[in-house]
Design a protein around this ligand. Structure first.
Ligand SMILES: C[S@@+](CC[C@H](N)C(=O)[O-])C[C@H]1O[C@@H](n2cnc3c(N)ncnc32)[C@H](O)[C@@H]1O
Length: 235
């Protein structure tokens, strides 16, 4: 706690001089959290306005890491949207049920109350968080969009493992993209990196359906992750 406090005070004091607060932050994150440090640095450096959307929050580990680095970079207007069933994975069907299996129905379940407790325990400010509980094929629709006040997304984390879940997510996020939006896929190389399964298949099909969107590959992370930046989107 004391180290964290000293660290925060130090960052705050020296960042106006350096104009680059994360030079100091370089010492204080796990390898998994590094992707968030880089992404928030990108958002800060490119003066990108927009929110953080995470699809598949489970126990809140990655969600809290995103918040922490947004705070460190002073991204004060960023809001944090958490989308999850809070009942784990849905029934596995279609292409997700064929061949080599990673996942099972109801796996990776963390209830809403526990998620809230976890993120608050990790320093997330609940006033900047919006939680959307429910199965993606039911809640990711126009009605939800009207209720939410998302204008644009700066960073989107897709961590929902399955092709079927990812398809629902990608169709939902299209309206929120802008040049510079980072889309992270936590499970890009799942299914033994088979391009015809999981997030890879969903992303390829979605890009084909939306020729106005162009992306460039960004950082790979962890054992299975990959990320992209939207370079252009026609209005
Ligand atoms: C691997 S976990 C997320 C881990 C989290 N991002 C972290 O790093 O701490 C996958 C999550 O996706 C959610 N999920 C997957 N498919 C879903 C769907 N179709 N609808 C709602 N939630 C889904 C599960 O409930 C689970 O919490």
């Amino acid at each position: 706690m004391l180290t964290e406090l000293i660290y925060k005070v130090f960052v705050k004091a020296i960042s106006p001089i350096l104009h680059r607060p994360m030079i100091i932050g370089a010492f204080n994150y796990t390898p998994f959290e590094e992707i968030f440090r880089k992404a928030m640095d990108f958002v800060w450096n490119n003066r990108l306005e927009g929110d953080y959307l995470e699809f598949g929050v489970y126990q809140g580990k990655s969600f809290a890491a995103a918040f922490r680095f947004a705070k460190l970079f002073g991204l004060k207007s960023m809001k944090f949207y958490a989308f999850d069933s809070f009942q784990g994975l849905p029934k596995i069907s279609g292409v997700d049920a064929e061949g080599f299996q990673h996942y099972h129905e109801s796996e990776l379940s963390c209830g809403l109350a526990e998620f809230k407790k976890n993120i608050c325990g990790r320093g997330v400010d609940p006033r900047r968080v919006v939680i959307i509980p429910g199965w993606y094929n039911k809640v990711l629709n126009e009605e939800t969009k009207k209720k939410l006040q998302i204008k644009k997304a700066a960073i989107i984390m897709v961590d929902c493992d399955l092709y079927a879940s990812t398809i629902s997510v990608l169709n939902f996020i299209t309206d929120y993209l802008q040049a510079g939006t980072i889309i992270m896929f936590h499970d890009w190389f799942s299914y033994r990196a088979d391009p015809n399964r999981g997030e890879q298949k969903a992303f390829r099909e979605w890009l084909k359906k939306n020729p106005s969107i162009t992306v460039t590959e960004y950082n790979r992370f962890g054992p299975e992750g990959n990320s992209f930046i939207v370079t252009h989107i026609s209005e």
